[in-house]
Ligand binder design. Sequence first.
Ligand SMILES: Cc1cc2nc3c(=O)[nH]c(=O)nc-3n(C[C@H](O)[C@H](O)[C@H](O)COP(=O)(O)OP(=O)(O)OC[C@H]3O[C@@H](n4cnc5c(N)ncnc54)[C@H](O)[C@@H]3O)c2cc1C
Length: 496
Amino acid sequence: MEAIWTLGSKDAAQYSPLRQDTEADVVVIGAGITGLMTALRLAEAGQRVIVLEALTVGAGGTGGATGNLYSTLASGHAPLQRKWGEEVAGDVAKARSEAIDHIEALIGRFAIDCDFHRQPAYRVMADNDDKTSLDLNDEYDALVGAGLDVRIADDPGLPFETQGLKIHGQAQFNPLQFTQGLGRAACERGVVIHEHSPVREVNAKESVVLTDTARVSAPHIVHATHTPKGINLLQGGMLVFREYAVSARLKSGRYPEGIIWVLDPFHSLRSYRHAGERHLMVIGEKHKTGEHRGDYYQLLRDYLNAHFDVEAFTFQWSAQQYSSPDGLPYIGRMHGHDNLYMATGFAADGLVWGTLAGMLIADQIMGRANPWQARFDSRRLTLGKSAAQYAKENATVTKHMVKDYLGTEKLKEFDEVRAGQARVASVDGEKLAIHRTAAGELKVLSAVCPHMKCIVHWNAAESTWDCPCHGSRFDHGGGVIEGPAYQPLERRDRPD
Ligand SMILES: Cc1cc2nc3c(=O)[nH]c(=O)nc-3n(C[C@H](O)[C@H](O)[C@H](O)COP(=O)(O)OP(=O)(O)OC[C@H]3O[C@@H](n4cnc5c(N)ncnc54)[C@H](O)[C@@H]3O)c2cc1C
């Protein structure tokens, strides 16, 4: 489903797929904000860069983001400070503020039209009890300690009473338009982008990446794919979530302004204007990927209807996030391979982390010192801060493996799956992912995720097969949409 940002991006440049073998100094896999930030910085330093994108520029997590740019984290600065202490919490705010300034500077330098504007961020609660006040007091102290300009919130224009905090000097933009502009700027500096060119294999030893049609040899290979492709040590502790967004036009014309996080329960709100028309969007209903259990879009529509005078709903979409076990992103060289680089663990804050990652990875490749490299290093070991999430995630993966392999129902005939339905079932001893489209066409795939052999689950909101273990997602024809899997779900013969 299309995000609202496509409104401002209809005239996007198109880049041809990779058709023949070639060489570069650096090959970047993925044309989201991370990949293109990396590519542009490298090209400006004189490197020959090729970017391979499975879909189109910005079509991954970046094009599904809310477009908020903030120095703190959506999950709050107080939990970060509790886990890491004041110095790290301060570094996070400083590094992220620098990344936002970098985005603003690039927009100015390359005249990127993406509706960038400075806005405050609000962290508010509707409940007025002692616990609320204590939480907000902690958050206030952490934000002030991190050097941010924070006050007691005035009214962000919500139609209900709240109390909370206001952080000055944050920003908003259209993330898809920005990334497309970044792509154009990178190409002007000599970067070559190939869309519709999914990488199917990375051979670290030979330093080569392969698509279905050709290969690129390069001494440096960057996985700017939101989570690294293939099997990676860090995936074992990563939490993978999906989150949903709905936008609407309001009858009153009174739209709240700024980055607004309502905490009880968590909903992120912002407004967006395009071609004279305004929209309010709400983001929320986060759940673990592969554990889809309800109509999340309807819940968000209910939330908007309960609090605002909705005239019409305009867009709905969803996106994925990867949370690292110690709460900070992993950026830089991968374990065991000095020629491979990665950037992941951005949680819901990756437009800014992705920008920082692009700067850090490019500097690392160029051999330039960067003060933030060690802080976010992908090779760091933080057992004390990560152990709990590692243990929990590995238990979850084991639970899915056992339950999904043992508990699959048996199917006698494919007719048992009716139009619009999908099921994972055992047929002749094999686990199959079976879907019949609304038009009655039967699609039969192996239900075994090619990444690490977990069983995929149906996601009815998106009509996709999602893997609950590490977040690989596949369309109803089996094609890879996102996540660590390189290969599609295998197709199986079907009786009709
Ligand atoms: C609902 C939601 C809202 C969010 N809102 C915000 C926000 O307001 N502010 C914020 O800072 N963060 C936000 N985030 C987080 C943010 O969207 C992401 O962290 C960020 O966009 C990640 O950027 P990226 O470039 O690393 O990954 P992506 O944008 O996902 O780019 C990776 C690219 O790699 C490509 N790719 C994958 N596999 C291959 C392959 N095999 N071959 C070639 N290409 C491949 C993909 O197609 C994709 O285009 C939000 C997240 C969610 C879930």
